[in-house]
Design a binder for this molecule. Sequence first.
Ligand code: FAD
Ligand code: NAI
Length: 495
Amino acid sequence: MTVKSTKKTTAASAETTEVWDVLVIGAGPAGYVAAIRCAQLGLKTACVDEWLNHQGKPSLGGTCLNVGCIPSKALLESSHLYRQANSELLQHGISSTSLAMDVSVMQSRKNQVVNELTQGINALFKANNITLIHGRAKIIASDTIEVSSRKTRKKTATLKADNIIIATGSSPVRLPQAQLENNCIVDSAGALELKEVPQRLGIIGGGAIGLELGSVWSRLGAKVVIFEAMQDFLPMADSKLAKLFKRSLKKSGLEIRLNARLISAEVKNNKVRLLYEDSSGKKQNEKQEDFDKLIVAVGRKPNSDRVFGEELGIEIDERHFILVNQQCQTSVPNIYAIGDVVRGPMLAHKASEEGVMVAETIAGHQAAVNYELIPSVIYTHPEFAWAGKTEEQCKVENINIKTGSFPMLASGRARAMAEAEGMVKIIADAETDRVLGVHIFSVQASELIAQAVLMMEMQATAEDMALTVFAHPTLSEAMHEAALSVHGRAIHIKN
Ligand code: FAD
Ligand code: NAI
């Protein structure tokens, strides 16, 4: 593709507009990665982003860096260290007499991590000659974007491009019966900013955010109750490991109430009064409970409103996700959409891989994302990670399977670390022996799952995994033993 740098003056706005090869809307993990890859491929690229941080300053990285993956992991790390120091170090012979938690220091460290990483994206944009434009973008024609100031709403620029990538992400779903209020009822962004540990913390939604942020505040001393509307806990995960996981969360202090339907949440005297229906028994009971804070974490919705008008013909589905094909192309051929704003799991790594795929496609290369092998991780302690199919999914798809598993209790390394909770489970096709799914509940599961994804990507069989040499003593050996156990050959457990 030829790189153009045409300067044009539009009569209507009498302003100078360049024609870009690619304009990216949104600088989250979908958009900033797409922009970098486009620039690497020699495409003249600009990125428009509207994010403002607490100081009212533009900040790149979208939800993930500003109020998502990164700040939540920073708080998970701090709170884990506190809990370890508080109750787990004694078994190693380590004791301290004056342990204290300063929430404001923890929050400052988290903010610093966020600032450094968001600044890092500015540096990457500069290094790759990507033009950054701050403001809210709206596509007004298939090759034209209008940018306006987020504060004044006034138009600030009109930009022209051969290709447009929509990477506008998602926002928390709001519940009419639990409106955000007075720092008492907060969404996930508010839950990352609490200035002190609440005594009693209620959470609506037992998904990834509820479990991770619930863990943070529970480790620091809050009594946490999670209200989940569904009957099953984490229905998308392997049911056996999900059961182990739920038991472990309970032991760690998270109370999870399934089948709990929120009726109302009201703030009075800085307390939240929750009215909910508990239908776990045969009878449906209306119950009331008071909390110091309530987090609403019931999923996220795509940011597809306000980005384009209907007249453009970009199609959306009934849940407002932009409709795209396998290559993330919308119904308008030169307009692509990636990340949380389109179908598939709302995960940063999925968003980034789509960004790379679209950049490559625009540059004329063949590119694809393997949607079957996107790993999921819940960063609790131990962590829960999985990739590929669950046993339940195989049943629905009529695939004959064999499984192997290995408890962390039998792992020498896990025992040496005093982290012997959990299990690795491998699902293989009964006929071909090909590994179809790997499910890990263990410390460092987020790191362990990468080797499983790689093996599945290379279409490894359980035997291939069993014939691979793993270093001893490592947590990875549990994967090896689980693969051996698919064929009844595990060494350190009775098959
Ligand atoms: P976003 O990150 O939402 O970025 C979209 C960007 O577009 C934003 O900067 C926004 O300001 C901008 N924008 C929107 N509209 C416009 C417009 N009209 N004009 C200009 N700019 C616009 N995922 C993981 O994989 N791992 C995790 O551990 C993880 N933890 C999370 C924890 C929390 C608390 C939350 C809330 C989410 C977490 N996620 C995690 C999900 C992850 O953050 C999202 O999947 C990811 O950020 C999606 O990337 P994106 O680029 O599609 O959208
Ligand atoms: P989620 O979809 O993971 O979980 C929301 C939960 O709320 C569901 O279990 C749902 O059944 C429940 N729910 C919905 N309405 C309810 C109601 N009225 N009352 C009670 N429960 C209700 O969404 P969550 O946790 O908000 O996270 C949003 C997105 O962010 C997810 O898609 C997730 O992929 C991503 N994320 C990823 C993380 C990770 O990868 N570790 C961490 C945090 C978020």
